[in-house]
Design a protein around this ligand. Structure first.
Ligand code: FAD
Length: 403
């Protein structure tokens, strides 16, 4: 790709940088992987992130990065060896219990198994950030429409900048998406309430043993409790249940609980006690995950329509959850990262600036096909994991897990 052109001005030869002005909106797995791979190819790129700083909010739980998805993306970024040093292969272990606490499956990886090791989201973010130019506290409000000068991006701070390519990697509630598509996420009917435990090996050794080295899941009728080890003895617990979106406004009507009053989601003790009532009858050690949990975060699960596509718009594209939000069954971040890496490679290898749009168009076709397949798999998977028949979840585990 020709990066510069030489022109003569005032009897002097000047070199003009012909590289495209590229903006990434969102510094999650998709945006940072895109920027990091582009940076590796020597192309300048700026990431605009709404959060005021990297530590502005808890980074979230653990991610398993698959050999053929997230790890492939890290390889393209030149970061695979560093990932392998940080990640937890033993975290692939998976245990399934029934609601009485009986262990039904206890799968452990071989010592050399590196198919899906776990890494804390915060560690992954720091790994990807490296030398990148990230402008923190630059929330985007609107993108486009494009003009001959490029695509305008408007920021919450009132500023506006113009780019040749705007990559929307700004997650589920993307502000870039409306520039290419009118689709909006809809509720799946499943809500997650997340809590966490710290220092589990010393403070809750019984729970540490129950969870094992990786994840533990208990499936009941239209309910599930999943606990996942992060590094440093931190455990995230996800209480999942089928419920209307406004379940918390009337627990008697919506959840069949003997409580007429609405639930204040900001009141941790009230949420804990409602969850204990919702999971009433489950084995005491399993419920201890809720009894000892600290903060509770309400996360109703939303998705975009399966196989979401759009008519190509020059100068704007989407990656990751912004393009194909799907149920969280272990692939969203993986897809987001691989897409980021692939788009960056396509952009970097476009032979001339005029070929950029064709490169993006070809990338979109590839992304839509793969994401569409995964959206179908994860949508069907959620139906089986949080279902009226807990045997469905066990059957799904047996179909997917290597023996
Ligand atoms: C409970 C749970 C567990 C999950 N577990 C897994 C797992 O094990 N494996 C897996 O692969 N996936 C998992 N996922 C899915 C995964 O989290 C997402 O698919 C992934 O984070 C998507 O990455 P992204 O970069 O597209 O979006 P995000 O991670 O959402 O990042 C978007 C970024 O954009 C920023 N942003 C948002 N709006 C703006 C704006 N207007 N302007 C500027 N910046 C903005 C945000 O602050 C954020 O930093 C899980 C999801 C959930 C909810």
């Amino acid at each position: 790709m020709h990066r510069t052109v030489a022109i003569q001005r005032n009897n002097k030869i000047q070199c003009i940088d012909m590289r495209q002005r590229i903006a990434v909106i969102g510094g999650g797995p998709a945006g940072l992987t895109f920027a990091r791979v582009l940076h590796r190819h020597g192309h300048p790129v700026t990431v605009f992130e709404r959060d005021p700083s990297p530590g502005a909010r808890p980074p979230g739980g653990t991610l398993d990065l698959h050999e053929n998805l997230g790890q492939l993306a890290l390889d393209k970024a030149g970061l695979l060896a560093e990932f392998q040093a940080l990640s937890r292969p033993e975290g692939q272990a998976m245990r399934i219990l029934d609601v009485d606490g009986t262990v039904l499956r206890d799968w452990r990886p071989r010592p050399d198994d590196r198919a899906n090791p776990e890494i804390d989201r915060g560690q992954l973010r720091d790994l990807l950030l490296g030398p990148l130019d990230v402008q923190w506290g630059r929330g985007v409000t609107e993108v486009g429409p494009g003009t001959r000068d490029g695509v305008p991006v408007r920021f919450a701070d009132g500023r506006q900048e113009t780019f040749d390519l705007v990559v929307g990697a700004d997650g589920a509630w993307s502000r870039v998406r409306p520039a290419v598509s009118s689709a909006t996420p809809h509720y799946t009917g499943v809500t997650v309430v997340e809590t966490s435990l710290d220092d589990v090996d010393t403070r809750h050794p019984d729970l540490a043993r129950l969870i094992g080295d990786g994840s533990m899941a208990v499936y009941g009728m239209n309910r599930a409790l999943v606990a996942q080890r992060n590094s440093g003895g931190h455990v995230k617990v996800y209480a999942q249940f089928r419920a209307p979106l406004d379940w918390h406004t009337n627990l008697e009507r919506h959840m069949g609980l003997n409580r007429r009053a609405g639930l204040d989601l900001a009141d941790a003790e009230a949420v804990r006690s409602s969850l204990l009532a919702l999971f009433d009858g489950w084995a005491a050690p399993v419920l201890d995950l809720l009894r000892h949990g600290t903060a509770f975060v309400h996360r109703p699960l939303y998705v975009l329509p399966v196989s979401h596509t759009w008519a190509h718009v020059p100068g704007v594209t989407l990656l990751g959850d912004a393009a194909h939000l799907m149920p969280p069954l272990g692939v969203g971040a993986n897809l987001a990262m691989l897409e980021g890496a692939e788009l960056a490679e396509s952009v970097a290898s476009a032979p001339a600036p005029g070929d950029l749009d064709e490169a993006v168009r070809a990338f979109e076709e590839q992304m839509w096909a793969r994401a569409g397949r995964w959206a179908k798999i994860t949508t069907a998977g959620l139906e089986r994991l949080v279902s009226p028949d807990p045997a469905e979840a066990l059957a799904l585990f047996d179909e997917l897990q290597p023996s």
